[in-house]
Write a protein that binds this ligand. Structure first.
Ligand code: ADP
Length: 542
């Protein structure tokens, strides 16, 4: 027997239609790329997205065409997204922190037909556009007055282009299984791999993300996604904020402590999301200036492990709750969030920090398990760690063009490449990337645990741990430290600080000091480069 309810395809145009109808005046505020703060609202964004769709369709772009975006978080970027999806196209966010050659490789792989780009990225576009054969048009997200000089053909300013359109357009009738967006993983091993979102996965993921115990969005919230739209859909905020009518504050090109503070303060932001490095800059700025955060209630921190000291500072000094989250481009991206279940509501002090150090539990729509190398499922005891596997309606089932098939099994599980344990309450903690975990005498040592511990030392700016070959133990941990300016902690002081806080056999065999630790384009420590840098290093004791 079939249900007798309506077919109402879960397509992304419905999100912006809803926002335009129910929350037309709800503001979207940008730090514009040209400089000044700019204000618009969901009503305007919807109308301009219709114009984008109309313009693309009029110029012969077809449903299914991939349309690149090389842009910071802004209302124009949002309009472009909804316009692209609304004409049946596939937004393809490009990470401007990659090298131009990598961007060109990714655009060619996806066969991008057009590109929306910020003025700041024109030097990249100049290099990349001639290398991408499929590219027919570049739309620069600015007005005629700010249009940079360019030698490229078929380049137009966004505002001029929109000026010729009236928005009298009906959204393309996409099926919910049709592709809506694309994002490539950064490809720290091998070539980047394309993740292809569908309308259905984006809509379902936004519903999941908005929930109280997930991001906790709502119409009374003011949300600042520092996490870029090109970093896995701004963790769904670009879909979930309009879906529930949250005010959006877009940081544009500036993510330094002062710039973020200014937006948090003047726009009375209640909720924000970013990787730990952004929060490090903000906390440093707050410490230097003595400023406070009276409006901010909650920050969602993920992308890499959130150090315990960060959670503590936010809570003790600024009364801000940290929600530690984990996810992946392949998961749209949210996979787990560290909201408190009722049995944890009364936790305080170290017990609370212990819990907040974990990446949280999976929301409805994400199934999780941990397995050993033979795919045997492991228990949820908070200690036994293994490969973390996931499935759900917003988890990839394949990569574009069929790459990486070994990460997907016949039962629909996706192997995340992360190593984790899960406790009896369902809280998961990432202990490593499978390729970074240190194998010492047949046992595994978590580099993330050691890093979290080391950055808690007051003189440490950043810490990384890598495995270095050892004649007896195969591999042993080497701690790599960037000191805070003007501080000179010694190796002995750092080791003494860590002593007793981890198992003895986990203690690093040596500590080295560097000026800088290399990072990937999404702000993660680049362990491959670091291992390469220390490939000739030998432990003094070995
Ligand atoms: P990229 O490789 O392009 O940076 P993602 O942003 O999808 O792609 O990275 C996903 C990976 O980031 C995860 O598999 C995990 O290793 C790491 N990660 C994400 N969030 C966390 C977190 N809270 N703690 C530790 N690692 C995290």
């Amino acid at each position: 027997m079939h249900g007798l309810m309506q077919d109402w395809p879960l397509v992304c145009s419905r999100i912006i239609d809803y926002a335009g109808r129910q929350f037309p005046a709800r503001e979207v505020v940008d730090r514009s790329i040209e400089g000044p703060i700019r204000r618009t609202n969901y009503g305007q964004i919807r109308i301009r997205a219709l114009k984008v769709a109309q313009g693309l369709a009029r110029e012969g772009f077809k449903p299914g065409d991939r349309i690149g975006t090389l842009a910071w978080n802004s209302s124009r970027h949002l309009e472009a997204w909804y316009g692209i999806m609304g004409m049946g196209g596939v937004y393809h966010t490009l990470n401007p922190r990659l090298f131009p050659d990598q961007i060109a490789w990714i655009m060619n792989h996806a066969e991008d037909a057009a590109l929306f780009a910020d003025i700041t990225f024109m030097p990249i576009v100049e290099k990349v556009a001639p290398l991408v054969k499929s590219l027919r048009k570049v739309i620069v997200l600015t007005d005629a007055a700010h249009m940079p000089e360019t030698k490229l053909d078929n380049v137009v300013s966004y505002e001029e282009w929109l000026g010729g359109l009236d928005g009298d357009y009906t959204w393309y009738d996409s099926a919910e299984a049709d592709a809506s967006g694309m994002c490539y993983t950064s490809g720290t091993t091998g070539d980047p791999k394309g993740v292809v979102y569908s309308h259905r996965s984006n809509v379902l993921h936004a519903l999941i993300a908005a929930q109280v115990d997930a991001l906790g969005l709502g119409s009374r919230e003011v949300v600042l996604p520092v996490v870029p739209m090109f970093h896995a859909n701004a963790w769904s905020i670009a879909h979930s904020a309009p879906m529930v009518g949250s005010k959006l504050v877009m940081p544009g090109a500036r993510m330094d402590g002062e710039a973020i503070y200014e937006l948090l303060d003047t726009e009375k932001v209640t909720l924000s999301a970013a990787v730990p490095t952004v929060w490090l800059m903000l906390l440093q700025y707050l410490e230097e200036t003595g400023k406070k955060l009276p409006h901010l209630r909650k920050v969602v921190i993920g992308g890499s492990a959130c150090p315990r000291s960060m959670t503590q500072k936010f809570r003790d000094n600024y009364d801000v709750d940290v929600i530690h989250a984990w996810g992946m481009t392949e998961m749209s991206p949210l996979g787990s969030l560290g909201s408190l279940k009722p049995q944890m509501a009364d936790l305080t002090g170290d017990a609370l920090l212990d819990l907040k150090e974990k990446q949280g539990y999976a929301p409805f729509g994400v199934e999780m398990k941990i397995t050993d190398d033979d795919n045997r499922e492991l228990t949820w005891d908070g200690k036994t760690f293994g490969r973390l596997k996931v499935r759900g309606p917003a988890v990839a089932k394949a990569y574009y063009g069929g790459a990486g098939t070994d990460q997907f099994d016949d039962e629909g599980w996706f192997d995340t490449g992360d190593v984790a344990h899960i406790d009896a309450d369902g809280y998961m903690q990432i202990t490593d990337r499978a390729k970074d975990v240190i194998k010492s005498g047949g046992e595994w040592i978590s580099t993330i645990d050691l890093e979290n511990l080391a950055v808690g030392h007051p003189d440490v700016a950043e810490a990384a741990v890598i495995g270095v070959v050892h004649p007896k133990w195969d591999e042993r941990p080497l701690l790599v430290i960037v000191r805070k300016p003007g501080r000179e902690p010694s190796k002995e002081e750092l080791l003494a600080y860590m002593e007793g806080k981890v198992a003895k056999w986990w203690m690093p065999d040596d500590v080295v000091f560097v000026e800088e630790i290399p990072h990937t384009a999404t702000g993660k420590i680049q362990k491959i480069t670091l291992r390469e840098q220390f490939k000739d290093y030998r432990f003094p004791t070995a």
